[in-house]
Design a protein around this ligand. Structure first.
Ligand SMILES: [Zn+2]
Length: 61
């Protein structure tokens, strides 16, 4: 009888460097959590869509 018990494969979370489970129970892989995934996505999003600092002109004549 074969055991269905599998050892969890883990990967290093790119955001926080913790061990993240690589498996169906972790929909956010290779991240350890949704938060880490969002942080990472937010970083590349900012990188690609860098919003120029357009502060309104102070001295209007
Ligand atoms: Zn993480």
């Amino acid at each position: 009888m074969t055991s269905a018990k599998e050892t969890h494969k883990t990967v290093e979370c790119p955001t926080c460097k913790k061990q993240a489970i690589w498996g169906p129970e972790n929909p956010w892989r290779p991240f350890c959590s949704e938060r880490c995934k969002l942080i990472d996505l937010g970083e590349w999003f900012e990188e690609r869509h860098r919003i120029p600092d357009r502060s309104p002109p102070e001295d209007q004549e």
